[in-house]
Design a protein around this ligand. Structure first.
Ligand SMILES: NC(=O)c1ccc[n+]([C@@H]2O[C@H](COP(=O)([O-])OP(=O)(O)OC[C@H]3O[C@@H](n4cnc5c(N)ncnc54)[C@H](OP(=O)(O)O)[C@@H]3O)[C@@H](O)[C@H]2O)c1
Length: 271
């Protein structure tokens, strides 16, 4: 599978796997684990989760999926803004994730921030403290690298002016045919890889996508995914709780969209 180079030179697959809301329903757990394991076999070795997903249960699903093959996986998890203070809460939150993931080091640890949070959920910890905390966890060998999620362009500028802020590995943001906002500001100026979440979920049913999918002999979701990863520095993390979707998603990395396809999608899904 095509790879994307992280700022420290590490290569990760252009397609990873999301995990929200895995672990919430125990009846689905075996299928979720099987889907993640198949995804790893098919090259989608980057797995995105968070301490917040299903109150920690998603991290436990990931632990089961990587059991016996930890070295094949690149684990991304996230610290909730409530737990971002350092040294008050972040080290304990990180230990909690490590324990649930049954690993001793997180490959990429993200600040799980988002705009428009309720006032009581907003992150009141200064960015410089969060960056300092991430760097301390790195020195302690608990995480290999760190990043953020849902940072707007102005927030990325603020981050990169903090001491150590330029060491941010990624910004995880929504990006799909139906959510193209980052093309206006973040994407053209990003000197780091963007991690695109919800690449399929918010794409509406469309006769145009269906026709393109038929031409390629693939599914509409695969077209939506292939479109998201057309950029050199964009990684997409579709979530699938079943092996059939997982197979489709991995195969989307091989789809070559044509100029005609891009043109039609551009008209249907205007920026
Ligand atoms: N940082 C953040 O704030 C943030 C926010 C949202 C999400 N995320 C991360 O990004 C991941 C992906 O985003 P998402 O889960 O919102 O949306 P998504 O991956 O775009 O869509 C997931 C939905 O699409 C379905 N699906 C998967 N593959 C499919 C296929 N080939 N054909 C048809 N349907 C398919 C899934 O079905 P099943 O239900 O059957 O699996 C699920 O209902 C999350 O799981 C999470 O890890 C991060």
């Amino acid at each position: 599978m095509r790879t994307v180079r992280l700022p420290d030179g590490t290569l990760v697959p252009v397609l990873g796997q999301g995990t929200w809301p895995m672990g919430a329903n125990t009846a689905l757990r075996a299928n979720e684990i099987a889907a993640l394991r198949l995804g790893i076999d098919l090259g989608m070795t980057l797995i995105d989760t968070a301490e917040d997903y299903s109150a920690g249960e998603a991290e436990k699903v990931v632990a089961a999926a990587i059991s016996g093959q930890r070295e094949r996986a690149f684990i991304v998890t996230k610290v909730h803004p409530f737990n971002a203070s350092f040294p008050l809460k972040m080290p304990a939150a990180c230990e909690g994730s490590l324990k649930r993931l049954r690993t001793d080091c997180i490959d990429l640890y993200l600040l799980h921030w988002w705009r428009g949070q309720l006032p009581e959920l907003r992150c009141h910890v200064p960015l410089s403290e969060i960056v300092g905390g991430f760097e301390m966890l790195k020195q302690a060998g608990k995480i290999k690298r760190w990043g953020v999620s849902n940072f707007a362009r102005d927030e990325m500028i603020m981050l990169q002016t903090c001491p150590g802020g330029v060491r941010c590995t990624t910004n995880q943001v929504p990006y799909s045919l139906n959510a193209r906002g980052i093309e206006r500001d973040l994407l053209p100026t990003a000197n780091y890889p963007i991690m695109a979440y919800s690449p399929i979920r918010v794409v509406p049913k469309s006769a145009v996508i269906n026709a393109i999918a038929t031409r390629h002999g693939v599914s509409p979701a695969q077209i939506a995914l292939a479109w998201v990863i057309r950029h050199q520095n964009v990684i997409a993390i579709p979530k699938s709780g079943n092996v059939a979707y997982t197979r489709e998603n991995a195969a989307a990395a091989d789809i070559q969209l044509t100029q005609q396809d891009y043109g039609e999608l551009e008209v249907e899904f205007r920026l």
